[in-house]
Design a protein around this ligand. Structure first.
Ligand SMILES: Nc1ncnc2c1ncn2[C@@H]1O[C@H](COP(=O)(O)OP(=O)(O)OP(=O)(O)O)[C@@H](O)[C@H]1O
Ligand SMILES: [Mg+2]
Length: 276
C-alpha cells in the first residue's frame, strides 16, 4: 500500500541554524502519530515542509506518489489538511462557515459538496452554533477549532496539525480527539505536533520524537510514555495517568484513562475477593 507520507533523509536549515537533520519515516493510511520534542526541536519546521511552505534543503518528502518539491502548497492541499501553531490568528473570513468553506471551494468542489463537507466538519467539532459568528468574536480556543474545521473540511488523506489542543479546555480537547479518531478510522493518516501528552495518549498510537532536528525515537507511544527515564532527556514528562499506573505498578502499565480505570477496578476487585 502507498504510504500517506514518507520522508527520506530530510534536512533543513534557516540560514546557518540547522532545524532538521536527515529525518526519515513513513506513515501509512489511518496511522496516528504524535510528533514530540522540546521547544525548538524542529516540529513546526517539519510541518512547514510537509505542507510545502518550505522545501527540504536535502532529501525528499512524498505525499502518496507526489514529491512535494513538484507541488505548490495549494495543490498539496488536495491531499494534506494542515493547521499551524498559531492558527487561531489566521482566520480571515467574516463568518466561521465562510472560513471553513474556503478550502473545499478552492479545491473546486460544487456548492452542495462544499456545504456537506463544511457541515460535517462543523458537526465533528460541535461548532454548528458558531457557524454564523465572526471568528474574532469567538474566544481563541474556538477560533482554533474553526481553523481545525477548515482542515477537516478538505477531508484529506493526511492531516498535519501543529499543537491543535494548546489553550483548549478538557471538553474542547475531547472534541478534537473524537474528530481526529473519526478521520483516522475513515483512513486519514494523522501527524500531530503536541506537548499535550495526556491528549496524545488518548488519541495517538505512535511516537516520533525530534531532538535538535534529529529523529530520536520512532516507536509505540504507550511504551514510551510508560518509561519516564527515557522521557526526561527528550524534554517530555509522562501524563498523570502514566505516572499513576507506574507508581501503583498497574499490570500492563496503562497510559489511557479508561485502561487505567479498568486495571484499577480489577486490582480493587482482587483485593476485595478474600473478604467476600
Ligand atoms: N523562521 C525562522 N527563522 C530562523 N530560525 C527559525 C525560524 N523558525 C524556527 N527557527 C529555528 O529552527 C529551530 C526549529 O524551530 P521549530 O519552530 O521548528 O521548533 P518547534 O519544535 O516547533 O518548537 P516549539 O515547540 O517551540 O514550537 C529552532 O532553533 C528555531 O529557533
Ligand atoms: Mg513549533
Amino acid at each position: 500500500m502507498t504510504d500517506a507520507l514518507r520522508l527520506e533523509r530530510v534536512s533543513f536549515a534557516y540560514g546557518d541554524v540547522t532545524a532538521l537533520a536527515e529525518v526519515s519515516f513513513a506513515l501509512g493510511p489511518g496511522e496516528r502519530a504524535a510528533l514530540l520534542g522540546r521547544n525548538g526541536a524542529g516540529k513546526s519546521t517539519l510541518v512547514r515542509l510537509v505542507t510545502g511552505l518550505r522545501r527540504p534543503a536535502a532529501g525528499s518528502i512524498w505525499v502518496e506518489d507526489w514529491d512535494t518539491r513538484d507541488r505548490p502548497p495549494e495543490q498539496l492541499a488536495r491531499r494534506v489538511g494542515s493547521m499551524f501553531q498559531y492558527a487561531d490568528q489566521q482566520l480571515f473570513a467574516r463568518t466561521v462557515r465562510d472560513d471553513v468553506s474556503f478550502g473545499p471551494r478552492a479545491l473546486g468542489f460544487a456548492a452542495p459538496e462544499v456545504q456537506q463537507r463544511v457541515g460535517r466538519a462543523l458537526a465533528a467539532l460541535g461548532l454548528e452554533a458558531h457557524a454564523a459568528h465572526h471568528p474574532y468574536d469567538l474566544p481563541p480556543a474556538f477560533r482554533k477549532l474553526a481553523a481545525l474545521a477548515g482542515a477537516l473540511a478538505l477531508e484529506p488523506r493526511l492531516l498535519v496539525l501543529d499543537e491543535p489542543t494548546a489553550g483548549l479546555d478538557r471538553a474542547l480537547r475531547a472534541r478534537v480527539a473524537s474528530a481526529l479518531l473519526e478521520r483516522a478510522a475513515a483512513g486519514a493518516a494523522l501527524l500531530v505536533v503536541t506537548h499535550d501528552l495526556a491528549f496524545a495518549a488518548e488519541t495517538l498510537e505512535r511516537a516520533l520524537v525530534l531532538d535538535r532536528g534529529r529523529l530520536a525515537c520512532d516507536e509505540p507511544l504507550a511504551g514510551l510514555l510508560a518509561a519516564p527515564p527515557r522521557l526526561e532527556p527528550l524534554g517530555l514528562a509522562p501524563p498523570a495517568v502514566a505516572a499513576l499506573s507506574r507508581a501503583l505498578g498497574l499490570p500492563g502499565a496503562p497510559v489511557r484513562e479508561a485502561d487505567a480505570a479498568r486495571a484499577l477496578a480489577r486490582v480493587a476487585a482482587g483485593r476485595r475477593a478474600p473478604l467476600d
